[in-house]
Design a binder for this molecule. Structure first.
Ligand code: SF4
Ligand code: SF4
Length: 412
């Protein structure tokens, strides 16, 4: 780890109010400043690496709200993630990680086949029965949490259904490559279908290569840098062989990871690849007037939750809001602390359930106070976490991906 990144912290504390775990605990060890200090002391040999210290660091969500707040450019979340990645990388993959990251994720066919039993579980009514009888209480808690987060799955993943080339409607203005995120394709295929429809309606030919791979974010989480680099190389090669103006994604997490490829692979093609990556809101906003002319009234009160990977990691805040506000008849309400993490954070909601629930509760309180009927967001992790939170505590509030809302307005 680069020591200079650690000593840049001048301990001003401006990051403290932004940090979700500090807000819940008021503990210095659960703050960005404290985390940077812990890693620094470790590097300087003044602290030993204890279980307790690793526990403190593992409470970080890597939401990067601290980097948005820091006047010195310190990114405590990224430093913790880098530290954790190094630790895990030294330890190597365990059996489950190896199975998921090496045997399933790099093979979309196998990954898709692995969720067939879950679809069967939902479609046969078994899920309803298991939930009614509370059978999962007899199993380890993480399994119950994972099951609880599982929304109804689409009949087929989008990757199996979508044509590799979706032609532009009307006069063609350009060509884009569409990056299918694993969770978006497997779970939120309707949202990605809406994304492709919007792009083609606005005159883009959309190329969706079927052999593209996961962005590599799960590999990074598990410290599997080789797996991450393999995924990056493959995706760069695949999209590099298509003549595209942009590589578009509707998944905040994938977008943040794809834009970082140039940091992992020191080749010219990775810089060219990352420079073309755009969140869908960045492309749609270029044609906001034309899009607005296609939208029909939706008399709904709508609010927006900023995914950390979009607001803090990519600095995208105005574009999604502008697009939502373009829908006629819609009343936009700004959410209190809209860019505060929802507690999803990859697998955080499974491995840190208590802290995740506290953070989620704050977000649900803001949504309740906003009086919104619809919550819009654009990241699969947030969609899973907030969908579950809303169905448990605010069932009258619907959650939609940004592109689903726009496509709904267009179809009225
Ligand atoms: S991380 Fe940044 S904002 Fe936080 S204490 Fe250090 S310098 Fe200040
Ligand atoms: S990444 Fe998030 S949880 Fe971690 S220190 Fe920064 S603000 Fe706190």
């Amino acid at each position: 780890m680069d020591y200079v990144k650690l000593i840049n912290c001048m301990r001003c504390g401006m990051c403290l109010p932004a940090c979700p775990t500090y807000r819940e605990t008021f503990l210095e060890t659960a703050s960005p400043r404290g985390r940077v200090a812990l890693i620094r002391k470790l590097q300087e040999g003044e602290l030993d690496q204890s279980e307790r210290l690793l526990e403190y660091l593992s409470l970080c969500l890597d939401c990067q709200a601290c980097s948005s707040a820091c006047p010195c450019g310190v990114n405590a979340g990224e430093l913790v993630a880098e530290f954790t990645c190094e630790q895990k990388s030294d330890a190597g993959l365990n059996f489950m990680e190896d199975l998921i990251l090496r045997k399933l994720v790099p093979h979309p066919d196998r990954l898709e086949a692995s969720i067939v039993p879950m679809r069967f579980y939902q479609n046969t009514g078994l899920q309803k029965l298991v939930r009614t009888l509370g059978i999962l209480k007899m199993f380890p808690k993480p399994l119950g949490r994972m099951e609880g987060l599982l929304p109804p799955l689409p009949a087929r993943p989008l990757r199996q259904e979508i044509k590799e080339i979706t032609p532009a409607l009307g006069k063609e203005r350009g060509t884009v490559g569409f990056f299918l995120g694993c969770v978006m394709s497997l779970v939120f295929s309707e949202a990605s279908r809406a994304t492709i429809t919007l792009l083609s309606t606005l005159g883009y030919t959309v190329i969706t290569p079927r052999n593209q791979l996961c962005c590599g974010a799960p590999h990074m989480l598990a410290g599997d840098l080789d797996g991450l680099k393999e995924a990056a190389h493959t995706n760069i090669k695949i999209f590099g062989s298509c003549e595209v103006d942009f590589i578009v994604t509707d998944c905040g997490g994938c977008g943040a990871e794809l834009k970082k490829y140039r940091h992992y692979i020191d080749v010219q093609s990775s810089s060219a690849f990352s420079a073309k990556v755009r969140d869908i809101s960045q492309v749609l906003v270029l044609h906001a007037d034309e899009l607005a002319s296609l939208l029909k009234p939706l008399p709904l009160k709508v609010t927006y939750h900023d995914p950390c990977h979009i607001a803090h990691c990519q600095g995208i805040r105005a574009e999604p809001r502008e697009l939502v506000k373009r829908v006629p008849g819609l009343e936009y309400i700004e959410l209190e602390a809209a860019d505060a993490c929802c507690g999803s954070a990859g697998t955080y909601n499974i491995v840190q359930p208590e802290m995740s629930d506290m953070i989620l509760q704050r977000k649900l309180d803001s949504i309740r106070e906003s009086g919104a009927q619809v919550l819009v967001t654009s990241n699969p992790g947030c969609l899973l976490q907030l969908k579950k939170g809303l169905s448990d505590h605010l069932p009258a509030v619907r959650i939609m991906h940004l592109t689903e809302l726009l496509a709904l307005s267009m179809s009225q």
